[in-house]
Design a protein around this ligand. Sequence first.
Ligand code: ADP
Ligand code: MG
Length: 404
Amino acid sequence: MGRIYDFNKPYTQYLVLRKELREQQLATQKNQQKQIEQTEKLIEKFRAKASKATMAQSLIKKLDKIDRIEVDEDDHSVMTLNFPISVNPGKVVIEAEDVSKNYDDKQVLDKISLLLERNSKIAFVGQNGQGKSTLAKCIVGEIPFTGALKLGHNVEIGYFAQNQADYLDGSKTVLDTMIDAANEKNRAKVRDILGAFLFRGDEVDKYVRVLSGGERNRLALAKLLLQPFNVLVMDEPTNHLDIKSKNVLKDALIKFEGTLLVVSHDRDFLQGLTTKIYEFKDQDIKEYLGDIDYFLEQRNIQNLREAEMRTITNAKSKEHKSSSKESYQNQKKLKSLHNKLSKTEASITKLEKVIKEIDFELSINYDETISKPNFFDQYHSKKKELEKLMENWGVITEQIDAIH
Ligand SMILES: Nc1ncnc2c1ncn2[C@@H]1O[C@H](COP(=O)(O)OP(=O)(O)O)[C@@H](O)[C@H]1O
Ligand SMILES: [Mg+2]
């Protein structure tokens, strides 16, 4: 909403803190409102009496000086999304046999075979450059290859290419992009669809070239909905999406009653979404019957990034592997550091609250507040204390990071 705020916190803690701050703001605002009303009443009362006229004047001045507390607007709008399926396809949706692909003399895929059943949800994972996008393009018929690839009866593929958003024509407006891609049947619904993707009012007249990455991605998703499909092939669809939109997309895909083939590096996104994983490596694919957690467990690695890095850092990681004793020590140390961190955070929150209250007091009763004995000394020492706590917090976080 036109401002930026610095929350020195991990994401989940930020969410909690954000909520608390908002509640606090609301409460303070309510308080202030009450004060203002009381003052206004007093003014009314004093006005009536000639003897109290100057009093009324000074109260009016005071009211004018108050900084009205504003509560941050929350932007709750998220896109709404659901993928209806066109017609029911046959039981086997895609069957690939010995599919090979090379770009000039560079072999990318070597005799890949796979079978996709109706309503299955599968993910392609693996290091960059291992041929995930290439196989996706073969499947949707975008590039030539050798081998056999059969689509099942009635299969209609919807394809969201990697960097799909880059293929949009920058010289068209959002609305024209949609109208041009629509057919007789859904052309009338284009504005509704755009609305669901948060393109409202004048925004549909924006040129595609000025859109942000996330907006382009949203537009590309909206465009996808203009064609019928029962199989969705999505190549890294979460690029540029904010966390809320990503969750909306994930929910829509979970509800999707068709067959899903998704390429992604995003663990959170894949978690609970797909039931089969194909890992791409050395021109081949390996099947894992389970979701991303199962896959990672099988690979005994913490996250996909590590999977990507593994080949590169293999030699290194051997030296780095700590003995189990060492790692136990680290665990212990981590636990105590996390304890320390929570305590510091609690103190920070408490102190911040105190300071906020003083600030509020200052904003509403300045003269009275500063005339309290030792007010400034106390105020400054509190601020110093907070600074110190923040510093500690930073040190502890660094220590934790160093162990990870
Ligand atoms: N049109 C192309 N011409 C030449 N090489 C290509 C082309 N497209 C992809 N490649 C190469 O093929 C390999 C696989 O690419 P890609 O399928 O995009 O990988 P992934 O999607 O798994 O990251 C990469 O080494 C890439 O550089
Ligand atoms: Mg790719």
